[in-house]
Design a protein around this ligand. Structure first.
Ligand code: F0G
Length: 483
């Protein structure tokens, strides 16, 4: 492991030369590569040294991309290497992130790479969900099969690798639960201290239990995710701890691999549309960056439209596209899909860039639609957490209501399921028992229950006496339905 002294603050190298590659948000002007490795501002194009501890451009304050020179290998060489590594026994080759390391070359030595390993998540056919949405073909890329049960593991492999390369000893995040679980596991395995800030009483027990078990210093904040995120940005530099929220562009590098894995699983025939839930908007941003790079390398046969779905009570990006494209307005977030209960998403400009470039769109769905969609996904034998179910609800809305921009029923759609069903079993059990209520929360706490949701697809458990007769009576009607 390499432990150089971290350099804090902006670096000055080659700025004039590298500014020549300045990016614009979306459109043809978004340059995927740079003449040298570095951290490039998405707004002004200023380039900083790769191994600098910064999260935003020191010149204009905007977000940063990790950029590299264009890989020199041909399409065939890249595909062949990636395919070959699948058969290797080395953990870094088996990793669904590091297998694609030609597109993540921020490291110097293979020995630096941190892996669980992660990735290798399935792509699942879902005929009942497809019929419910009204789309010809729908598959789910299920990232809930990751080691800690969410897509965050893809980004933690690269984020924690960079933390170790920088010689950081403590890593931290604000989280609605999944980032904290993933950070805690990866930090622990890499020998670093994890510090996690979660909104008190507003994350699921499954996720909280993971952070505790993995030994993270777990701070339950009397505030919401957005408070936690801005407080962490304030104190982390003073305390010398490394932030691994998605504002850190090294996190997003790892999440690019989801797209690589997906395209490999599709034998490089890209789907027409990729649908993803939107919270802090890191995931959709990384998919945009991956597709932009692959397009330039000739690995894309078409541009899949990136379609972001937000929960109605936490939909600042949707409001931005729909109501006021001149400015992003934060909201006070409200949704039972606690993973995406975020009112002020850090990566919204990168997400907008991804949507613009891919000719995609953003929509919102209400609590009823999320709950029903989750049960329908379940009926395909696929479990997911509520935030992931926004995808199916979103596709259905776009097809049936014809809102915003049209989605064609004959499209080949892949929806991203971001988290495992067992992260939040209380939600699922409540739905099937017909006992799921919308919640009203203040900044800190749930204050009252709102509308009761209809549980049209509920599959409630039956309580039966412990006799053979009672069991027969409970089972036989279902058997008759099979005839
Ligand atoms: N789905 C799940 C299950 C999540 O945990 C998150 C985000 C998202 C979707 C949204 O992804 O933020 O990249 O747009 N969870 C973060 C966390 C915020 O702290 O675990 P995004």
């Amino acid at each position: 492991m390499v432990t150089p002294t971290p350099r804090v603050g902006p670096a000055t190298l080659n700025e004039r030369q590298l500014r020549a590659t300045a990016t614009t948000l979306g459109g043809a002007g978004w340059a995927p590569w740079a003449p040298a490795k570095g951290l490039r501002c998405i707004n002004c194009g200023a380039l900083q040294d790769l191994d600098t501890v910064i999260y935003r451009c020191p010149e204009c304050g905007d977000l940063l991309d990790v950029v590299y020179p264009r890989p020199t290998l041909t399409v065939e060489q890249l595909r062949r290497r990636w395919r070959r590594r699948r058969g290797s026994l080395r953990p870094i080759d088996r990793s669904g992130v590091w297998r694609y390391r030609e597109l993540l070359p921020f490291w110097r030595r293979l020995s630096e790479l941190v892996t669980y390993p992660e990735g290798d998540t399935p792509l699942l056919d879902a005929p009942r969900s497809a019929a419910y949405a009204g789309v010809g073909r729908l598959r789910f890329k299920h990232l809930g099969f990751s080691p800690t049960g969410s897509f965050k593991d893809y980004g933690m492999a690269t984020g924690v690798t960079q933390a170790r390369r920088l010689g950081m000893r403590a890593v931290a995040c604000a989280s609605t639960g999944n980032t904290s679980a993933s950070l805690a596991a990866y930090a622990s395995r890499a020998g670093l201290l994890a510090i996690v800030l979660v909104p008190e009483g507003q994350i699921s027990f499954g996720k909280l239990s993971q952070a505790l078990d993995f030994g993270a210093l777990t701070l339950q904040l009397r505030g919401d995710f957005d408070d936690a995120q801005s407080l962490l940005m304030e104190i982390a530099p003073q305390l010398g701890i490394y932030i691994l929220n998605s504002v850190n562009p090294f996190r997003l590098e790892g999440q690019k691999s989801v797209i690589l894995e997906l395209l490999e699983q599709c034998d490089w025939q890209a789907p027409d549309r990729i649908v993803v839930p939107g919270g802090n908007l890191g995931n959709s941003s990384s998919y945009g960056k991956a597709l932009r790079e692959l397009d330039d390398l000739g690995l894309l046969d078409k541009r899949p439209h990136i379609t972001i779905v937000q929960a109605e009570g936490a939909a600042p990006l949707y409001r931005y596209f729909h109501d006021h494209p001149d400015r992003m307005v934060s909201v006070h977030p409200r949704t039972l899909a606690t993973a995406i209960k975020i009112g002020s998403p850090v990566s919204w400009k990168k997400a907008r860039r991804a949507v613009d470039w891919s000719d995609g769109w953003c929509t919102e769905v209400d609590e009823q639609a999320i709950a029903d969609a989750k049960a329908v996904i379940g009926s395909d034998g696929i479990g997911c957490e509520p935030a992931s179910a926004t995808t199916l609800a979103g596709i259905r809305r776009l097809i049936h209501e014809g809102t915003d921009v049209p989605v064609q029923p004959d499209e080949d759609v892949v929806a991203i399921l971001t988290g495992n069903q067992l992260k939040d079993p209380e939600y699922t059990v409540r739905y099937h028992n017909g006992d799921l209520w919308e919640e009203f929360t203040t900044q800190t706490h749930v204050v009252s229950h709102g509308r009761q949701l209809q549980c049209s697809f509920a599959n409630p458990p039956l309580v039966v006496d412990a006799t053979a007769d009672a069991l027969r009576r409970a089972i036989e009607p279902r058997l008759r339905e099979l005839r």
